[in-house]
Ligand binder design. Structure first.
Ligand code: BTN
Length: 310
């Protein structure tokens, strides 16, 4: 969001404020104040003018300014009603040298999942990609996938949905033996061995989506289906981004937090790795994201693969 518009919103958040006071405080003309207020109205903010001045009545449900407004994390947000893929857009922004940008969409028409699968992304979801440039070696980058799983799990729990994490990065809801997928995460990156250039963490949350509109294979669920009512996507997205921001800055805390929400640990698993399947009990996770499995023939440490709970 434009810096001055941000300051107009911050001033309105503190209560009614007159046009002349705003102009003085922001050191801009009264007509510039009016233009910023009009622009905010165009974005869906309800700003009333009464005797006391401008009054902020409501904030839009979703969108760039809605998410940036009150967000306690240093991301700017680029919003699309509809886009092929937020990850593809974030990769383009990475090529232009950008950083700390969140590409957010209501709908994706060509969403991508892991293993080059399609990711269905109808209107009502939270489909987003975070582009950033951490100062770490490539080998440490998987920790950001774990961090995003922890962040989205915490945001879902705050929204009243008991989510947990299946290694490495599926967030799901368990009901007895049944597991329903709530979130998918696709991390992409570029760099040299000793330094990451950029990371794009793509997070797809079935937020206010009817699971019947999603493909059956993933056994999907959504935040709205679990809650029995829609989730406030603005607040949910803000919590997710704030958690992610704090975890990416302190990767030491990520593995411990991941253990707290993991549903994989203690389970019999089968992981399809490039070297063949590995079966056994998942007993722990190691920085930056490898799964430790006790098999009949000893301990295996697996850094990547498709995991199935047996
Ligand atoms: C998976 O296969 O589980 C990962 C799915 C990741 C989907 C998200 S939605 C936002 C971002 N944009 C994409 O095209 N994919 C990711």
């Amino acid at each position: 969001m434009n810096e001055t518009r941000h300051r107009v919103l911050d001033a309105l958040a503190d209560g009614p404020v007159s046009g002349p006071t705003l102009a003085d405080e922001l050191d801009i003309s009264r007509s510039a104040v009016w233009k910023h207020v009009e622009a905010l109205r165009d974005e869906g903010f309800e700003v009333r003018s009464d005797d006391a001045g401008y009054v902020l009545d409501s904030v839009p449900e979703f969108g760039a300014s809605a998410v940036e407004y009150g967000l306690d994390a240093p991301f700017s947000v680029e919003y699309h009603d509809s886009i092929p893929s937020t990850n593809a857009r974030a990769r383009d922004l990475a090529a232009e040298g950008a950083s700390d940008i969140v590409v957010l969409a209501d709908e994706q028409t060509g969403g991508r999942g892991r293993l080059d699968r399609d990711w269905h992304s109808p209107s009502g979801g939270v489909w987003l990609s975070v582009l950033f440039r951490p100062d770490v070696p490539m080998a440490h980058a998987p920790v950001f996938t774990l961090a995003s799983a922890v962040a989205v799990t915490r945001a879902a729990r705050e929204a009243g949905v008991e989510a947990s994490i299946k290694w490495p990065n599926d967030v799901l809801v368990r009901r007895g033996e049944e597991e329903r997928k709530l979130v998918g995460i696709l991390t992409e990156m570029e760099g040299e061995a000793d330094r990451v250039s950029w990371v794009v963490v793509g997070i797809g949350v079935n937020a206010n989506v009817d699971p019947a509109d999603l493909p059956d294979e993933a056994n999907p669920t959504s935040l709205s289906a679990e809650r029995g009512e829609p989730v406030d996507r603005r607040l949910f997205t803000q919590r997710l981004l704030e958690e992610f921001d704090s975890l990416r800055q302190d990767t030491e805390q990520v593995v411990e937090a991941w253990r707290e929400y993991a549903t994989t640990l203690g389970q019999q698993v089968r992981v399809e790795t490039p070297g063949g399947p590995i079966e056994g009990e998942a007993v722990d996770i190691q920085f930056p994201g490898a799964l430790v499995i006790e098999t009949e023939s000893g301990t295996e440490v697996v850094s990547a693969g498709d995991c199935e709970h047996l």
